[in-house]
Design a binder for this molecule. Structure first.
Ligand code: GRF
Length: 204
């Protein structure tokens, strides 16, 4: 199945999806990597993997979110994408794009939703004193970080953790969870096996 990945930055989750799609038995291939930022480091990663990339910069649209999203939607369709993975895509979406791709757009969020939607999740998890933190892959709906949950991976919070240390522990699991949740979503294979790295709990 042809999928598109939307990024705004580093693209480490995109890289995890690229690696998964390179496996012969993985049920997706990447038709397009699209960034709203021309300087997103992930674009270079995608290009060197030989993938089609496109930039739909939001700035020329001067706040006209609908027009920006129409341009994104056109690029997605032109590439033949059947499903979209948001991977560190840092623009809020309007009901136009979430509606057009309802049930076919996934996001990864660095917390155990519904805890800590929005930004600065690791700082907020530390401030709240939670003992368990993690990441969530969910379907994208109109309400930010609120769609149906497809999978979660949990990590412990250690005493004295800095936000950076906690973020790194979560990110390692994001890279395991996202391909696993995508595979499960595409195949709806209840027996799909995942291999979490040492320590975490991962549920699909
Ligand atoms: C990840 O933590 C992801 O959960 C969040 O933004 C970050 C993107 O990182 N949505 P990367 O660009 O995938 O490295």
């Amino acid at each position: 199945r042809p999928i598109a990945i939307l990024i705004s930055g580093r693209g480490s989750n995109m890289r995890a999806l690229i690696d998964a799609c390179a496996m012969p038995d993985f049920p997706a291939r990447i038709a397009l990597v699209l960034s709203n930022r021309p300087d997103a480091p992930g674009l270079e990663v995608a290009r060197s993997a030989g993938l089609r990339t496109e930039v739909v910069d939001h700035r020329p649209f001067r706040g006209d979110r609908a027009a920006h999203e129409r341009a994104i939607d056109a690029a997605l369709r032109d590439a033949g994408a059947e499903l979209v993975c948001l991977a560190g895509y840092m623009r809020l979406l309007t009901p136009f794009l979430t509606g057009a791709w309802a049930g076919r757009m996934l996001n990864i969020h660095p917390s155990l939703l519904p805890a800590f939607p929005g930004l600065h999740t690791h700082e907020r998890a530390l401030a709240a004193g939670v003992k368990l933190h993690g990441c969530t892959v969910h379907l994208v709906t109109e309400a930010m970080d609120e769609g149906p949950i497809l999978g979660q991976a949990a990590v412990p919070v250690h005493a004295g953790d800095t936000p950076g240390q906690l973020a790194a522990r979560v990110l390692e699991q994001e890279h395991v969870l996202y391909p696993a949740a995508l595979r499960r979503h595409l195949t709806r294979d209840a027996t799909a096996e995942t291999e979490p790295t040492a320590g975490p709990l991962l549920f699909l």
